[in-house]
Design a protein around this ligand. Structure first.
Ligand code: SIN
Length: 381
């Protein structure tokens, strides 16, 4: 099997010589991500923000209908899938998976992917794994649950020293079509969309990311509350990650494509290093609202037997909660990445840690323009 050192130029060779490669069958039927607006219920409101969901990006995401994830893949085939992800801004939808696909098929695919990257699967650092395989995070939203896990923008594991590269999500209990979708923002397009002056302003900023903000006590309406509202999700007995926050560049560079990406989120980012709280809050509010603009966003609706792989280095995402009466369960497997680097090739998350931010101190960063709606919902939940 080819090893990681064969990436780079070799990867480019694959992408230009696909027609001759047998592995190219994986790309048969490749198409842009469908946006079936006519099939989706109209006017559903994101309960988190109180707003109608709007997504306008036309080029983000692709569907690969010919990949059977229960098969075995060699390095070249995995590279083709990763290249397809790069080409589509980081979202690949594997539609029409076998009815018989199991949780073990899911993790077997993920383990082949991690072997091709010389890395490992990263079980969630706070939430307990699935009883059948602890590498799988089962994200459950019970019907009529008011706070749902991962409902605000985030990049998986940005609170860790080694963050997530790919996440692979398989639907287990599928809601009716077009509700409780997964929403994605291309944080690369969002960076490109800034003025040169703003880009220069944020290029050398760094910000702290906190698991405590999302899963610790004292931060209202977070994923801890979401877990407590389910019968199946629970916290691990030991959660040392809740004790310290890590420093990440506000703009990261994708190790495969070289594209720059805004790397802050309302879920995990607490404050910009070296700034007064008011300054930090203003910058983070602007960036969090900027990445949520419809022109950078797309939406993946769920069908049974569908798996979605996304690249956390290019995207922010959130699980929409626009139909609270529907139960929904998904299984997520996450690939360990590296310590994110800035445009100078510097990274900080392994070396720069601080005591976890206290509940209440930076809650303002969660605020969106219609925060009153969200606050009212959380108070009534
Ligand atoms: C996640 O936040 O990783 C899951 C997104 C979703 O539930 O759609």
């Amino acid at each position: 099997m080819l090893r990681r050192s064969a990436l780079g130029l070799a990867g480019r060779r694959f992408s230009t010589a696909l027609a001759q490669e047998p592995a190219a069958r994986l790309l048969e039927g490749r198409c842009a991500l469908a946006q079936p607006w006519s099939e989706r219920p109209k006017g559903t409101i994101d309960q988190m923000t109180g707003r109608e969901v709007q997504t306008l990006s036309k080029h983000l995401g692709c569907e690969l209908p010919s990949v059977d994830l229960t098969q075995s893949f060699n390095f070249e085939e995995l590279e083709i899938i990763k290249q397809a992800s790069d080409d589509a801004g980081g979202i690949v939808v594997f539609s029409h998976q076998k009815d018989t696909m199991t949780i073990h098929d899911h993790t077997r695919f993920a383990r082949q992917l991690v072997a091709s990257e010389d890395t490992v699967l990263e079980p969630h650092a706070v939430a307990a794994g699935h009883p059948l395989d602890s590498d799988v995070l089962e994200i459950v939203r019970e019907a009529n649950q008011h706070v749902v896990f991962g409902e605000n923008w985030h990049s998986d594991h940005s609170f860790m020293g080694l963050t997530a590269s790919y996440s692979i999500l398989r639907i287990d209990d599928c809601p009716r079509f077009g509700v409780n979708d997964t929403l994605f923002s291309s944080t690369e397009d969002a960076f490109d969309g800034l003025s040169q002056t703003m880009q220069n302003l944020i290029l050398d900023l760094n910000a702290y990311h906190s698991a405590n903000k999302a899963y610790g006590v004292g931060h209202p309406g977070n994923s801890l509350a979401a877990m407590e509202g389910t019968d199946t999700m629970s916290m691990l007995a030991e959660t040392p990650i809740l004790e310290s926050d890590v420093l990440q560049p506000c703009v990261t560079v994708h190790p495969r494509t070289g594209r720059r990406s805004i790397y802050v989120s309302p879920t995990f980012t607490t404050h910009v290093d070296g700034m007064k709280p008011e300054e930090s809050k203003a910058i983070l509010l602007f960036l969090c609202q900027w990445i949520a603009r419809p022109e950078f966003c797309t939406r993946v609706s769920w069908r049974p037997n569908q798996v979605v792989m996304w690249d956390n280095r290019s995207l922010s995402h959130k699980g929409l909660a626009d139909e609270l009466t529907e139960r929904r369960a998904v299984h997520r497997v996450t690939v360990r990445g590296v310590s994110p680097q800035n445009h100078r090739g510097e990274s900080f998350s392994l070396t720069h840690k601080t005591k976890a931010a206290q509940g209440g101190l930076f809650e303002g960063v969660m605020d969106m323009p219609d925060a009153a709606t969200a606050a009212a919902r959380h108070m009534s939940a």
